[in-house]
Structure formats: structure tokens, C-alpha cells
Design a protein around this ligand. Structure first.
Ligand code: NAG
Ligand code: NAG
Ligand code: NAG
Ligand code: NAG
Ligand code: NAG
Ligand code: NAG
Ligand code: NAG
Ligand code: NAG
Ligand code: NAG
Length: 436
């Protein structure tokens, strides 16, 4: 009897001392541009800092656990920075009644999970949880939570289960540098997300039930392991405008994936794409930028981008394209730039530029072009033309006439033959005067 009473008292005592979240920590706060600092021990941050005006607080030292109500009922707390304090656990209910809290920084700690009700009822601008070791997000971890941005970058998450963001609203989430390959169906739906950053993860596909975010505008899936795109993959992303799939493992782009989307920017660079269906980019009426640099394309299809009324920049550098076909750019008569830098283009069809009216910058550098038909650009106006690093020996005819519609030209690093070299030199030297 007595020993159990002692035991009980002891455990009450222990559990009481255990609940001190801040022990011998340095607390620094900013008030009216004045910085003050104290070393303190307390179970609630409220008792340490002044309670008059809005304060921004930074804690250094060791805070292994944030117990229930440790950051509680602080009406004037604006920012709390708990970076690199060895934090291992946040008990549910640690945070609450923080009406002015805007920024909560919990980076570079040792959190492994976010428990149910950890961030419930907070309404903040930013929570930064990057660079912890978070493996698990429990259902309800961010229940009824509101924020502009949450960063969970550089953790160890493999999946986003259902219910984590129950009744939450969040403008953007950053989940880059994790091990993600699964999002539970609808786990990120209904939170009004507009931007989602998930580069450096392990996704192998885009499951339309998981990627069901009716308000999403920007999606970054750079450096995942996506091998395959299917028609309908983007069907639940009706507002998507900026989409990055660079550094994945795509080999082909079938028809119907991007059709009729509102994409403005599509980045497919650094994949292994060898095939793109003729109609793959049809009716992308809002598209400004198509980037297919650093793939394995062997040919340019003049049917691509039909109905792409807004296209501005086309990047096709570092592929293995060998020729430019007739009417290659017929679907977009006026564009800012087209870059074929670093391909294997040898042949340019005489009618290649037919139906093209104006291009601000046409980059054909570092190819295998060994012949330039004098008529190629007679009907096209070109801001800058880069033909450097090709195999041209000579361009027959009067260069001033041939390039009359070209405002500036780079002809460096071609093996001009002796007879021609003089003319080329003279032409280049006089370029400025030619322009006037
Ligand atoms: C906090 O400081 C007191 C007094 O210096 C010391 O007895 C105690 O061990 C310290 N606690 C920790 C966790 O460092
Ligand atoms: C948080 O505190 C750390 C360490 O004191 C500091 O390096 C960092 O810049 C602070 N971060 C923010 C967002 O204030
Ligand atoms: C805790 O996190 C810090 C900063 O991220 C890291 O240096 C340290 O190795 C981690 N400790 C443990 C025990 O994981
Ligand atoms: C969150 O706070 C902002 C102002 O800081 C307010 O406009 C918004 O309505 C709040 N949201 C909720 C759901 O309470
Ligand atoms: C979150 O913290 C990390 C590490 O300090 C920092 O690099 C990143 O910019 C922060 N994110 C935001 C949105 O402030
Ligand atoms: C894609 O668009 C083209 C042109 O509008 C159309 O012919 C084709 O049927 C569409 N494909 C799919 C799968 O929607
Ligand atoms: C490009 O395609 C060729 C032939 O299909 C293949 O041998 C080569 O490995 C591919 N290169 C890349 C980088 O995928
Ligand atoms: C240039 O345009 C004129 C007028 O449309 C046309 O007659 C001529 O064939 C065109 N020349 C070339 C080389 O395309
Ligand atoms: C240089 O090229 C021109 C035009 O192709 C040709 O007429 C001339 O013979 C060539 N000169 C030499 C030295 O090869």
C-alpha cells in the first residue's frame, strides 16, 4: 500500500518534471527592433516572453519534446523559430490559441512523425518542417489547419495517407526530397491547393485519383521515376498551368495526355523520349513554352502543336534530330525562339521555313549542316540566327541578299573553305555597316 503510494507520488512528480519543454534554453525575442535574450526554464513559452506587443521568438538549446500546451495561449506570438534544437517529438495539443502566429519554423530537427492533432486549428502563413526525419503523417495531423505554405522538404516520407489534411486549406505544399511514391486517392483534394512541389521523389506514375486537385496551377515532379503517361492522367487537374516532368524516365508521349489542357509551361527535358505522337500537343491553346531538351528525338514532326496559338519558346536542344522537314513550323507562324542547338541536323528542306513569318531567335548551332540553300529565309524575318559550330564550307551567292531578313547572325566555327572564308570575313566585319 505504502510503496504503491510512493510510487504514485513519484510518478506524478516525474511526469510533472517531464512536462517541462523548455529547460535552460536561450530565448531571444524581437520587440520594436530591440532584441532581448534570456536563459529560461518553463513548461509554457508564454511565461518567458513579454506579452505586450507582437513578438518574434527564436530558441536555441535543447528542446527534445514539446509537451501539451507548451506553446499555448500566446496572443502576441508572431514567429516562432525552433531550428536545430534536437526536437524529437511534438505532443498533440502542444500548439494552440495562437491567433497572431504567422510563421512556425521547425527545420533541422529529429521529428519522425507528425501525430494526430499536432497542427489542428492553426491559421498561419508558413510552417517549415523541412530537414527532419519524418516518416509518418498521421491522419488528422493538420486537421482544420489553414496556411499559405507548408514545407516538408527533405524528410523520409514514402506516402501521403488519407485524412492528414482533413478540413484543411493550404495554398501550397512542398514535399520535395522525400521518398514519395504514393498519394492516397483524394488525400490532397479539397484543400484548395494551388502549388505542389514534389521534385526528387520516387513517383512512377501519375494516378489521376491521387492527382485530383481541382485548383492546382503548378506541379513540379522533376526528378522522379515516371516512365509512362496515359490519356486521362491529368483529367483531374483542370487548372494546371505549369508542369515540370524534367529528369524522369519517359520514353514516349502518346496522344491525349495534354490535349485541351490549359498548360502554359510544359517541361519534359532530360527524359529518354524517342516518340511523340503527332497529335500529342494538339489544342494546347495556352501553351507558351515547350521544353523537350535533352531527349532522344530523331525527328521533328511538323504536325506538333496544332492549335497552339500562344506558343512562344520551343526548346529541342540536345536531341538527335537529323533533318528539318517541309513547313516544319507551320502551326505557329510567329514565335520568340526555336532552339535546335546540339542536334545532328544535316539536311534542311528547301521548304522548311515556309509558313513561318517571324522568329526572334533561331538556334541551329552545333549541328551537322553542310549546305545552306540561299532561298531558305527569303520569306522569313529572323531576329537572331545562330549557325555556329556546323559543317559549312561555303554559302554560295551574296550573303547580304541571302540574309537580308536576318538582323544578326553567328557563323563562327564552320570549316569555311579558303575561297569563301574571305567573303564570310568581309561580310561579318561589315555586318554593322550592312545593318545601317
Ligand atoms: C539546467 O540547469 C540547472 C542549473 O544549472 C541544472 O541543474 C540542470 O541539470 C540543467 N538541466 C539541463 C537539462 O541541462
Ligand atoms: C531560425 O533560427 C536559426 C538559428 O538561430 C537561424 O539560423 C535561422 O535563420 C532562423 N530562421 C528564420 C526563418 O528566422
Ligand atoms: C538530429 O538532427 C540533427 C540536425 O538535422 C542531425 O545533425 C542529428 O544527426 C540528428 N540526430 C539524430 C539522433 O537523428
Ligand atoms: C486565417 O487568417 C486569415 C488572416 O490572417 C483570414 O483571412 C482567414 O479567413 C483565416 N482563415 C480561417 C479559415 O480562419
Ligand atoms: C524552410 O527551411 C529550409 C531550411 O532552413 C529553407 O531552405 C527553406 O527555404 C524554408 N522554406 C521556406 C518556404 O521558407
Ligand atoms: C487529342 O486532340 C486531337 C485534336 O483535337 C484529337 O484528334 C484527338 O482525338 C484527341 N485525343 C484524345 C485522346 O483526346
Ligand atoms: C536513344 O535511342 C537509342 C536507339 O533507340 C538508344 O540506343 C539509346 O540508348 C537512347 N539513348 C538514351 C539516352 O535514351
Ligand atoms: C516567297 O514568297 C513569295 C510570295 O508569297 C513566293 O512567290 C515565293 O515562292 C516565296 N519564296 C520562297 C523561296 O518560299
Ligand atoms: C570553296 O567552295 C566554293 C563553293 O562551293 C567552290 O566553288 C570552291 O571551289 C571551293 N574552294 C576550295 C578551295 O575548295
Amino acid at each position: 500500500m505504502r510503496s504503491s503510494l510512493v510510487h504514485l507520488l513519484l510518478s506524478i512528480l516525474l511526469s510533472k518534471t517531464e512536462k517541462i519543454s523548455f529547460e535552460n534554453v536561450t530565448v531571444r525575442w524581437r520587440l520594436d527592433d530591440k532584441v532581448e535574450e534570456t536563459v529560461a526554464t518553463s513548461n509554457n513559452l508564454k511565461k518567458i516572453i513579454p506579452d505586450e506587443k507582437e513578438v518574434s521568438v527564436e530558441i536555441t538549446g535543447n528542446v527534445p519534446t514539446l509537451y501539451e500546451k507548451s506553446v499555448y495561449d500566446i496572443r502576441n506570438l508572431n514567429t516562432l523559430n525552433l531550428t536545430d534544437v534536437g526536437l524529437k517529438e511534438i505532443k498533440p495539443g502542444a500548439f494552440g490559441n495562437l491567433p497572431r502566429l504567422k510563421t512556425l519554423v521547425l527545420t533541422w530537427n529529429n521529428l519522425t512523425e507528425i501525430q494526430t492533432n499536432t497542427f489542428t486549428n492553426l491559421n498561419v502563413t508558413l510552417i517549415n518542417l523541412s530537414s527532419n526525419s519524418i516518416v509518418t503523417l498521421q491522419p488528422g495531423a493538420f486537421k482544420n489547419f489553414h496556411a499559405e505554405h507548408v514545407s516538408l522538404d527533405n524528410n523520409k516520407l514514402t506516402e501521403i495517407p488519407n485524412g492528414v489534411f482533413e478540413k484543411a486549406t493550404l495554398q501550397s505544399i512542398s514535399l520535395s526530397r522525400n521518398l514519395l511514391h504514393i498519394i492516397a486517392p483524394k488525400a490532397l483534394s479539397s484543400i484548395a491547393l494551388t502549388r505542389l512541389f514534389m521534385f526528387d521523389n520516387n513517383f512512377e506514375e501519375i494516378d489521376p485519383e491521387a492527382f485530383d486537385m481541382q485548383d492546382l496551377i503548378a506541379l513540379d515532379l522533376k526528378n522522379n521515376a515516371i516512365k509512362l503517361l496515359r490519356p486521362g492522367d491529368l483529367k483531374n487537374l483542370p487548372k494546371l498551368q505549369l508542369f515540370t516532368l524534367a529528369y524522369n524516365e519517359l520514353e514516349e508521349i502518346p496522344e491525349g495526355v495534354f490535349n485541351n489542357t490549359k498548360l502554359i509551361y510544359l517541361n519534359l527535358n532530360q527524359n529518354k523520349i524517342t516518340q511523340i505522337a503527332s497529335k500529342a500537343f494538339d489544342d494546347m491553346s495556352a501553351l507558351n513554352v515547350l521544353d523537350v531538351d535533352s531527349n532522344n528525338l530523331t525527328q521533328w514532326d511538323n504536325n506538333w502543336l496544332s492549335g497552339a496559338k500562344s506558343v512562344v519558346d520551343i526548346w529541342v536542344s540536345y536531341n538527335v534530330i537529323t533533318q528539318i522537314p517541309d513547313e516544319a513550323f507551320k502551326n505557329y507562324p510567329r514565335v520568340e525562339s526555336i532552339s535546335f542547338h546540339g542536334n545532328e541536323i544535316k539536311k534542311i528542306s528547301v521548304k522548311a521555313f515556309d509558313k513561318l513569318e517571324r522568329v526572334e531567335y533561331l538556334d541551329l548551332s552545333d549541328n551537322e549542316i553542310d549546305e545552306w540553300n540561299p532561298d531558305l529565309l527569303v520569306n522569313v524575318s529572323v531576329g537572331g540566327l545562330d549557325l555556329s559550330g556546323n559543317k559549312l564550307n561555303c554559302i554560295d551567292g551574296d550573303l547580304k541578299t541571302i540574309f537580308t531578313n536576318v538582323e544578326s547572325i553567328n557563323l563562327w566555327e564552320n570549316p569555311w573553305n579558303e575561297t569563301c572564308a574571305k567573303g564570310i570575313d568581309e561580310y561579318i566585319t561589315n555586318w554593322q555597316t550592312v545593318q545601317k
